[in-house]
Design a protein around this ligand. Structure first.
Ligand code: MF3
Ligand code: CO
Length: 247
């Protein structure tokens, strides 16, 4: 697989990413106490379709929805349900992939529902900031391990832990392409990043211990200790002098 994209492919990936970002924003407008995760899924489905895209999660390895909706101790890959309604003080991660004109965009955000405990709000802020710490010094010639190490260092400095069972990834025609982009590791390790590569950087951060459990539904990944987790993801483009955030 050719991991360096042509300028024409990059243009298409950028358009897919723009729709991805707009869809998450649209879903975000509907997040409030009492809304079900199924309703949020329908918002995303309709918005993506109305803009000529395809919800790439829907049917992916049998995943039954257009978004992943993960509440509180659910880290990622929560399945939307009509009986799962948001409550005051919840946090919810919306993770979605849009396919447009043959190319994918992938992004995730953790939203606050009503009055969230300041300690949990801090977790969400640190998770988001860990993404920016991860990409801060990245440019063509950097290594994946430079991202991994910067994310891990920042997260652990705040007393939280990074999930190790799941990781970021390259993206293009498919939502998951090489290289793998873990949220832990050593600077200088892993694949070399070069201009024109498109990758997803997605720290998954647990407030407590890093251990996870996969539920019997085959998808939902939760924290073993039941404490909350947060997730933040963008698709980025590697350039000679830095990175561009596409979502
Ligand atoms: N951003 C998620 C990932 O990279 C998207 C998963 S969609 C699903 O794993 F179809 F796998 F649910
Ligand atoms: Co992803």
């Amino acid at each position: 697989m050719r991991l360096v994209k042509s300028e024409d492919e990059i243009e298409k990936i950028k358009r897919a990413c723009r729709l991805t970002a707009d869809t998450i924003k649209e879903v975000g407008k509907h997040i409030r106490v009492g809304v079900s995760t199924k309703e949020l899924d329908e918002v995303a489905y309709r918005y993506i379709k109305a803009h000529g895209g395809k919800p790439a999660c829907l049917g992916y390895n049998g995943f039954p929805a257009s978004i992943c909706a993960s509440i509180n101790d659910e880290i990622v890959h929560g399945i939307p349900k009509d009986y799962r309604k948001l409550k005051d003080g919840d946090i919810i991660t919306i993770d979605l992939v849009v396919k447009l004109d043959g190319f994918c965009g992938d992004s995730a955000r953790t939203f606050l529902v009503g009055n969230v405990d300041p300690a949990v709000r801090k977790l969400v802020e640190v998770t988001e900031q860990s993404f920016f710490e991860g990409i801060k010094d990245i440019k063509s010639g950097s290594y994946v391990g430079d991202i991994s190490s910067a994310v891990q260092t920042y997260v652990e400095k705040h007393g939280y832990s990074v999930v190790r069972e799941l990781e970021g990834h390259g993206i293009g025609h498919s939502m998951h392409e090489p290289p793998e982009v873990p949220n832990f590791g050593h600077a200088g390790g892993g694949e070399k990043l070069v201009s024109g590569m498109t990758i997803c950087v997605e720290p998954m951060v647990n407030m407590g211990r890093r251990d996870v459990v996969f539920l019997d539904d085959g998808w939902t990944c939760v924290t073993k200790d039941g404490l909350p987790a947060s997730h933040y993801e963008n698709t980025i483009l590697i350039r000679d002098d830095g990175v561009e955030i596409l979502t």
